[in-house]
Write a protein that binds this ligand. Structure first.
Ligand code: C2E
Ligand code: CA
Ligand code: CA
Length: 713
């Protein structure tokens, strides 16, 4: 930044200075030129002056001698008068006259004084007569000459001349003033000319400078048009070529930085720029737009089965189809080439399509278009893609977050769209969902629960409670059901019906099941070691656990470890699990039944049982669901169903445990109906395993009364 500023300031200063300096230099040159011309002129004049003076004097004397001589010989002074008058009229001749050997004035011109007309006494003339030679004196700028005119050694007269140099100098000065005036006029014209020339010469430079400054400010479209045919024009052309190259390179750099290599769509950085700009510039406007988060529903599986090459091709086709869908909905897509421009005009239906990475794509579209577009995309993407010769079907889930309704910052918008996308996935995939705050809260709570559960499993923070089961007729304790309990570190006890489905969804059930089985088998061993009549401990086992090949071995391992009799363990499987035919499950069940482990069908009456299968399974126990028991004394239909179930159980030779007995009336009904066993708050609530064990061991084998509950007898 600093360097750029200094550079442009320097360029500006030096350019203006250049024009000024050029003017100065040209002016100086002209001044020197004029001065030199004047000086030379004056010098020449001075030399000429001296020469002229000497020459003029000599010339005049020679001329006068020549003209005077015949008149003197003929003694005709009047003839001389015309000539001398002419000479005397010359501006530099002060006076000229001729004197006879007797010193009489003969003829003259110029400033002739009256006394000249008589005898003339002049020292210079006297000297000339005396010597017979020319005499001259220079005094007060007057050159005085006396020259004898002789014929054959005889002096015929003396020519007397006063030559005034001052007059010549005055004349010359007048010429000098004219020279100076002309010089100044020339100088003025010269200055104006040099100013014009300087600006003409520097204008391409200024143009170049401005262009360079504009380019330095980042304007790559800068161009110079210099019309001259000189080096400046070449420089201008070179500059334009350089800018063109720069533009091409900049675009290439831009493309590499902002284009996704697989699909050619804009990438995450570009999307982030756009979103950042949008959220900043529309913070206080009415604009509303939608951020749509797209995710292919089965991309990972496709990548795994067909390889990454096909995966990439699919992404490319997907991206292309996506762009088509957007255009079909009247949207205009911005691409990375629109570098300077940010998405702003939603009224013109401008939109953005970017690939975030993996199989995730993000769109920014006007809010009003979002719904129809999402529906269109989901239905279009459900059609298969032809990739590398194979037909691949891959549906899409879309999450939509609205600005500013759902979020106003870039990060938050993307997060909301992402959450909405997960909501769409949970909603069965191949669909779209708008962001929903409540669902988001639930999701957050759920993922917190998931994390806590993982930790609980790692640290075995679960407890086992035991709920007693009794013989209906005698009220005798004959078993207990192991029920899991989890004390959340901050939320307190969490219901099994709440946390178990969550554990199931993240695959934790088998681990939890192992922990419970170990505890239950240990409890069965501990309790039964001190009893004559065995107490059966029932454990709830999920389909996930049974589906594991090692399940039976694991159970056997715990039985061996605690030296527990297999017959004291009953495994409860829900009705629906039991009805499902699975080779693995059946194999596990068969192995355990072979060593004497008992099996019960839990929650019977809730699902749909197949009588044939029930008979084939031949499980030891049927546990009638609490929902049927609550109908006793109130709902004749439930009562008759209970009778039917009891009859059927008798027919297939299974024991029946009625669950959820809370009242004496319900127990009485069971007794009259001939039900074998019961379990419920009326007999006893689930209590911690050690409490249960202590209580059991304090009782005999007779009719029992669970802690805090009335006797069942
Ligand atoms: P479930 O197997 O039907 O267990 C009986 C449920 O009924 C227990 O609920 C028990 O506390 C409750 N209950 C017993 N008597 C009464 C009564 O008189 N009135 C009422 N209202 N309820 C009664 P809990 O302990 O909340 O367990 C709920 C379910 O969680 C169980 O239903 C079972 O399906 C599952 N579960 C519990 N522990 C385990 C476990 O260790 N492993 C697995 N896989 N599932 C378990
Ligand atoms: Ca159960
Ligand atoms: Ca049950």
């Amino acid at each position: 930044m600093g360097t750029k500023d200094t550079l442009s300031k320097w360029l500006r200063a030096s350019t203006l200075g250049l024009a000024r300096r050029l003017t100065l230099v040209l002016s100086a040159l002209i001044i020197v030129f004029v001065a030199v011309v004047i000086a030379i002129n004056m010098q020449t004049q001075r030399v000429l002056l001296a020469e002229r003076m000497a020459y003029s004097a000599d010339h005049l004397i020679a001329l006068a001698q020549e003209v005077s001589m015949p008149h003197l010989l003929e003694n005709n002074p009047a003839g001389l008068e015309v000539f001398f008058e002419q000479v005397g009229n010359q501006f530099d001749v002060e006076v000229i006259y001729l004197v006879s050997p007797r010193r009489w004035y003969l003829a003259g011109g110029g400033d002739i004084e009256a006394n000249f007309l008589s005898y003339i006494a002049d020292p210079l003339i006297e000297r000339a007569f005396a010597t017979g030679h020319r005499q001259q004196v220079f005094e007060s700028e007057v050159l005085s000459i006396a020259a004898p005119l002789t014929v054959g050694g005889t002096v015929l007269g003396i020519l007397r001349l006063d030559y005034n140099q001052k007059r010549l100098v005055d004349k010359m000065n007048a010429v000098l003033v004219n020279n100076l005036l002309a010089g100044f006029a020339f100088l003025l014209v010269g200055l104006l000319f040099s100013r014009w020339l300087a600006s003409r010469l520097s204008s391409p430079l200024i143009q170049l400078t401005q262009a360079a400054r504009s380019a330095a400010d980042g304007n790559l479209d800068t161009e110079i048009a210099i019309k001259s045919k000189d080096e400046f024009a070449q420089l201008g052309a070179a500059f334009n070529a350089m800018m063109q190259n720069l533009k091409t390179s900049m675009y290439e750099i831009h493309r590499v930085a902002y284009e996704d290599k697989v699909t050619g769509a804009p990438n995450r950085s570009w999307l982030n720029n756009q979103l950042e700009h949008l959220t900043l510039h529309h913070a206080h406007s009415e604009t509303s737009f939608a951020v749509m988060f797209l995710d292919l529903d089965n991309f990972k599986a496709i990548n795994d089965t067909h390889g990454h090459h096909v995966g990439d091709l699919l992404l490319r086709s997907f991206s292309r189809r996506l762009a088509r869908c957007m255009r079909e909905k009247g949207l205009i897509l911005l691409d990375v080439a629109s570098d300077e421009r940010h998405l702003a005009d939603f009224d013109k239906n401008e939109a953005v399509l970017a690939r975030l990475g993996g199989d995730e794509f993000t769109l920014i579209v006007p809010s009003k278009k979002a719904d129809a577009l999402a529906t269109h995309i989901v239905s279009e993407m459900a059609r298969s893609f032809k990739v590398d010769g194979c037909h691949i079907t891959n549906t899409t889930s879309i999450g939509i977050a609205l600005f500013p309704a759902h979020a106003t910052s870039r990060e938050h918008l993307l997060k909301c769209a992402d959450v909405a996308m997960y909501q769409a996935k949970r909603g069965g995939r191949n669909t779209h969902r708008y962001y929903d705050h409540n669902t988001h809260t639930q999701m957050k709570e759920r993922s917190a629960l998931e994390r806590d559960l993982e930790q609980a499993v790692e640290q075995d923070n679960f407890q086992m409670y035991l709920q007693p089961q009794f013989e209906v007729q005698t009220g005798k304790l004959d078993g207990a059901e192991a029920l899991i309990r989890w004390e959340h570190p901050t939320k307190g006890p969490v219901e099994p019906n709440v946390f178990l489905p969550v554990a199931a969804s993240i695959g934790l059930l088998p681990k939890i099941g192992q922990l419970m089985l170990a505890k239950a088998i240990e409890a069965a061993a501990t309790i039964n070691r001190r009893r004559d009549e065995p107490l059966i401990i029932a454990v709830n086992v999920s389909i996930e656990e049974l589906n594991d090949d090692g399940f039976a071995d694991m159970v056997k391992h715990w039985l061996d470890l605690h030296d527990a009799h297999p017959r004291t363990l009953e495994i409860e499987i829900t009705e629906n699990t039991a009805m499902e035919e699975s080779a693995v499950v059946e194999h596990q069940v068969a192995q355990l039944r072979a060593i004497g482990v008992r099996f019960a069908i839990d929650d019977f009456g809730m699902g749909y049982s197949n009588l044939g299968r029930l008979k084939a399974l031949a499980f030891e126990t049927l546990k009638i669901d609490r929902s049927l028991v609550t109908g006793i004394g109130e709902d004749p239909a439930s009562e008759s169903l209970l009778y039917t179930i009891l009859d059927m159980a008798k027919a297939i030779g299974a024991d029946v445990v009625a669950e959820g007995i809370e009242t004496a009336e319900q127990l009485l009904f069971l007794r009259n109906a001939g039900c074998g066993h019961y379990q419920g708050y009326f007999g006893g609530r689930p209590v911690p395993a050690d409490t249960f064990a202590r209580w059991v061991l304090s009782q005999g084998d007779g009719p029992a009364s669970a802690p805090g509950m009335r006797s069942a007898s």
